[in-house]
Design a protein around this ligand. Sequence first.
Ligand code: B4P
Length: 190
Amino acid sequence: MLNVVIFGPPGSGKGTQSENIIKKYNLAHISTGDLLRAEISGHTQLGIIAKSYIDKGELVPDDTIIGMIDTKIESLTHTNGVIFDGFPRTEAQATALDELLNEHKTKVSVMVNLEVPKEELVQRLLKRGEVSGRSDDNLETIEKRIAVYEKQTKPVIDFYKSKGVYKAIKGVGAVESIFESIAEAIDSAR
Ligand code: B4P
C-alpha cells in the first residue's frame, strides 16, 4: 500500500498536485476540503456545521473531521493506497490517522510538504476567488486561513519528521516541474 499525505498552506497546490499523483499512482483520493464542500452543497447536518467554520477561515473541529475520514476509509475497497489531501491539519488528526491506518495494518508512506511563500499563496487564492465562487477565497478569510495554518497545522510537520517520512518540496514554478519533484519523493519512499 502506498499512502501519501499531501501537505502545505492554503493555496500551496495540494488539490492541483493530487490530481497528478492520482493519475500516475492510481490511488484513492480523500480530500477533506472536497468532502466538506459536498456536505455543504447537500445541506446535510455536517455541512451546516462545516460551513460556519469554513466561511470564517477556521478549521472544522477534529471530531467531525476524524469521523468523516473513518467513514471514508471504511468505504474503500481494493485500493493500492490513498492520497490524503488537506488532512491531517492538526496533531490530533495526525495521531488519529496513524491509529486508523494501523487498524488496517498500513501506515503513511510519505508526507510531501509543498513550500510556498505567503505573498504567492495570497495571489493564487485571490485569483482562484475570481472564478471559484468559494466563500473562503477573499482577502480577509485567506489571511485568517494562513494564520490558522501557521498556528494549528504547521506543527504536523514535526509529527511526520519524527516518523522519518517527511519530504519538503519547493511548491513554486511550473505545475509539471513541481510534480516531477513530488514523484521523485514518492518513488524514493516505495
Ligand atoms: P481545502 O479545500 O483543503 O483548501 P485549500 O487549502 O485552499 O486548497 P489547496 O492547497 O488544495 O489549493 P489548490 O491546489 O486548489 O480546505 C478548505 C477549508 O476546509 C479549510 O480552510 C478548512 O476550513 C476546511 N478543512 C479542510 N480540511 C480540513 C481538516 N482536515 N480539518 C479541519 N478543517 C478542514 O491551489 C490553489 C490555487 O493555486 C488554484 O487556483 C491553483 O490553480 C493554483 N496553483 C496551484 N499550483 C500552482 C502553481 N504551481 N503555480 C501557480 N498557481 C498554482
